[in-house]
Design a protein around this ligand. Structure first.
Ligand code: PGA
Length: 251
């Protein structure tokens, strides 16, 4: 069964008290939502333990925004998957375009990270997406296909059950410029095809593919109405509980 998910990527925003307050507001407002949508929040590492406490007893899941590509040891400044699990995470986002662009995240590194995350029992939200130059050159399908294949073709059909893909066109992230529902749908359908070609129809049908990039209450309904768009990875609008829940209520 395909799951519908709305995940909030808080990025490098909020202090710990602000994050806890935001999480509590999300939990409170989530009670108004129908049960068919899973909510996930991804605060910064420093907030995880406190936010986990705030989410206790709710159905809102906790995600990290990244993890180390090593298991443990002398890697100053890194956070390992076991640490995330022990802090209360059930998900981690991986391969966000900001990590790829500013911190040199490569597909090869992502294979190691996904492997470690799955082995620790975490579900992975793997981000893919083309930048503006690639879109303008007409390479968007190829770029997204390559990113998907380079990382996920190292895993098994069984492991795919713990993977969510987020398609985030880089030109739409934080710019206020959303992909149209039709632009997003054609890429989502392409991703599902790639997955079907490798892992079969059942895995492809069950796969949750999120859209991210300036998704907000005013455009979520149109996006989520598309057959291959199964929710959203929300940045800016996830920092206001009201907007985040309004997006989730758009299904
Ligand atoms: P945005 O960010 O909603 O602020 O565009 C989305 C994301 O980067 O996950």
């Amino acid at each position: 069964m395909r799951k519908y998910i709305v995940a909030g990527n808080w990025k490098m925003n909020t202090t710990v008290p602000q994050g806890v307050e935001l999480a509590k507001a999300v939990v409170e407002k989530a009670k108004e939502l129908p049960a068919n949508v899973e909510l996930v929040v991804a605060p910064p590492f420093t907030h995880l333990v406190s936010v986990a406490e705030a989410l206790k007893g709710s159905k809102v899941a906790l995600s990290a925004q990244n993890c180390a590509d090593k298991e443990k040891g002398a890697y100053t400044g890194e956070v390992a998957v076991d640490m995330l699990v022990s802090a209360g995470c059930t998900y981690t986002i991986l391969g966000h375009s900001e990590r790829r662009q500013y911190y040199g995240e490569t597909d090869a590194k992502l294979v190691d990270k996904v492997r470690l995350a799955l082995a620790a029992g975490l579900k992975v939200i793997l981000c893919v997406g083309e930048n503006l130059d690639e879109r303008e050159a007409g390479r968007h399908f190829d770029v997204v296909k390559e990113q998907t294949e380079n990382v996920l073709f190292h895993f098994t059909a069984e492991e795919m059950a713990s993977i969510v893909i987020a398609y985030e066109p880089v030109w739409a992230i934080g710019t206020g410029k959303t992909a149209t529902a039709a632009q997003a749908e054609e890429i989502h359908a392409c991703i599902r095809n790639v997955i079907e070609g490798k892992f079969g129809k059942k895995v492809a049908d069950d796969l949750t593919i999120l859209y991210g990039g300036s998704c907000k209450p005013s455009n979520a309904k149109e996006l989520f109405a598309e057959p291959d768009i199964d929710g959203g990875l929300i940045g800016g609008a996830a920092l206001k509980a009201e907007d985040f829940i309004a997006i989730a209520a758009s299904f």
